[in-house]
Design a protein around this ligand. Structure first.
Ligand SMILES: [Ca+2]
Ligand SMILES: [Ca+2]
Length: 526
């Protein structure tokens, strides 16, 4: 048995305290989670996919938007082998360059009314069309091409900067992304012109058509009822080409990515009535010049060293990549990079590169579970995956009883956490010789418990905790090499041993007394 002098424990704890003061807590360190991407539906290919949405109807279907004018529907399953044509309006769509079928959004009450909305560019004259279509109850995978109701049309001067995103907000209104109409530098000044619908994010009420329109103007739109000739549909303005925007499904915040001219790609949190700067500014840089007072700056921007056209994504709210929950995942068409931006107010933005895909990323999408996908112009839909390279985090173990008797088991409790899941927790202990391992049992929450068997009087016990996650990463909490320790204390004497001791003591006392008595007799006889 390994024994220590009484002072050894004291010296040990003093050393430990000094060590902890210098080097922090005795818990395993973390390494970053690694991200990659893979084909989400390897057997499916699409013709220039620019969007992926779900209907919110619990059917677990996905709808891919093909820029030339087709929407295809398929079951959200990795092994899916076919997709069906949900809608083909390629004969109505002006396709080419940035033009085409660009946006799709299902009505929030789609399950009841079977309405969905598309944004496309049409010709003669060149214009953006936002239209509503219906789906026959008899075949949920087949929209009725003849059900088109044109909701609004916006004249388009050039072939580029068409915007095209459609999304219903948490308020039930339909939000529409409109680029500045194109060429370069916004020659007509549409972004800052509140009488134009171009260079804006618009908001309309598709449920309440008002006189002369197939939609209503929400009463609290910034310019609702104005007499200055401003566009009543405007929700926010000063955009160049807000190609993709989305609502955070948890907070309702509107996140938009505005593609820049030649220097800055930007991410904006869009709020009602605000001016996002174009073309007075490009990102945080002056562009055409003018008064910058009151302009809303991006929460994040990057230059040509990182990409050429930002593709807005989603605030991740899925379940498979815990470390990304709450971060805005977006990418770049030119560089194929995908990042996660976390932001909780001015000065808090933190951007992390997830993957460098080298793909021509056109759009992001989420499924009914909130899992994230992206479309690329190689015709494939990809999903982002996290490879868990982060070992579990092990807390400081607690022990009961603190000072066991020789006949007492010792229960060790410890908290173990891992974003990818804890696979096993081992309690490893020794008393002088080799370590023995005990599997610790889950005990609710992140707690695990295991027992060290009863050990003899004055046994000096050392123990540590080892934890594995489901990806095979492991962490050891051995108290920074000092182990956690205790010494089994002496057992309180039992009644039987007390009796033996008492009898022994009496016997000795009697013997001594006998000798004392005997001596004087000897002397007397002598
Ligand atoms: Ca801006
Ligand atoms: Ca892990």
């Amino acid at each position: 048995m390994k024994r220590k002098a009484p002072y050894a424990n004291l010296v040990f704890f003093l050393v430990l305290i000094v060590y902890l003061m210098l080097f922090g807590s005795p818990v395993s360190s973390q390494t970053p989670t690694e991200y990659s991407f893979e084909q989400a539906f390897p057997q499916l290919s699409f013709n220039l996919p620019v969007g992926l949405v779900h209907a919110g109807d619990g059917s677990n279907r996905l709808f891919a938007v093909e820029q030339p004018g087709v929407i295809r529907v398929f079951q959200n399953s990795q092994g899916v082998t076919t997709s069906k044509v949900f809608l083909d309006i390629s004969d109505r769509v002006l396709y080419g360059g940035e033009q085409g079928l660009l946006g799709l959004a299902f009505h929030p009450n789609y399950e009841q009314n079977r309405y969905f909305y598309v944004d496309y560019v049409a010709d003669n004259p060149r214009r953006t069309v936002v239209a509503r279509y219906s789906v026959a109850a008899s075949d949920p995978d087949q929209a009725d091409k003849n059900s088109e109701l044109v909701v609004l049309e916006i004249s388009q001067p050039f072939t580029n900067h068409k915007g095209g995103q459609l999304a219903f907000g948490p308020d039930g209104y339909l939000y529409i992304g409109m680029g500045d109409g194109g060429s370069g530098g916004d020659p007509f000044g549409n972004g800052q012109n509140r009488s134009a619908s171009l260079g804006k994010i618009l908001r309309i009420d598709v449920n309440s058509p008002s006189t002369g329109r197939n939609y209503g103007i929400p009463a609290d739109n910034p310019f609702a009822g104005n007499t200055l000739g401003y566009s009543e549909e405007i929700y926010a303005y000063g955009f160049r080409n807000p190609w993709r925007f989305s609502f955070d499904s948890a907070t309702g915040q509107l996140w938009a990515a505005d593609a820049g001219q030649s220097q800055r790609e930007e991410i904006d949190i869009v709020e009602k009535g605000k001016n996002y700067g174009w073309n007075i500014m490009e990102g945080t840089l002056p562009y055409a010049g003018g008064d910058q007072t009151g302009l809303e700056l991006p929460i994040w921007e990057y230059g040509r060293d990182e990409g050429t056209a930002v593709i807005g994504g989603y605030v991740y709210r899925g379940a498979t990549m815990q470390a990304l929950v709450g971060s805005y995942v977006y990418g770049d068409y030119g560089s194929g990079k995908i990042w996660a931006l976390s932001y909780s107010g001015p000065g808090t933005a933190s951007n992390m590169l997830l993957v460098d895909s080298a793909l021509a990323i056109s759009s992001f999408g989420v499924d009914e579970q909130g899992e994230l996908y992206f479309c690329a112009f190689d015709g494939k839909i990809y999903k982002l995956t996290a490879s868990d390279s982060t070992p579990p985090t092990i807390g400081a173990p607690s022990r009961s009883p603190l000072n066991p008797l020789p006949n007492q088991e010792v229960t060790i409790s410890v908290s173990v956490a891992d974003a990818g899941g804890v696979a096993s927790v081992i309690l490893s202990y020794r008393s002088g010789s080799a370590f023995a391992n005990v599997s610790m049992a889950a005990a609710g929450g992140s707690n695990f418990v295991g027992n060290i068997p009863a050990l003899p009087y004055q046994a000096f016990v050392e123990y540590k905790i080892i934890a594995y996650d489901s990806a095979g990463n492991f962490a050891v909490n051995d108290n920074q090499g000092f182990f956690y320790t205790y010494t089994v204390i002496p057992e309180f004497p039992s009644l039987a041993s007390m009796a033996v001791l008492l009898i022994g003591a009496l016997a000795i006392a009697l013997m001594v007394k006998k000798r004392r008595v005997k001596i004087p007799f000897s002397i007397a006889l002598a």
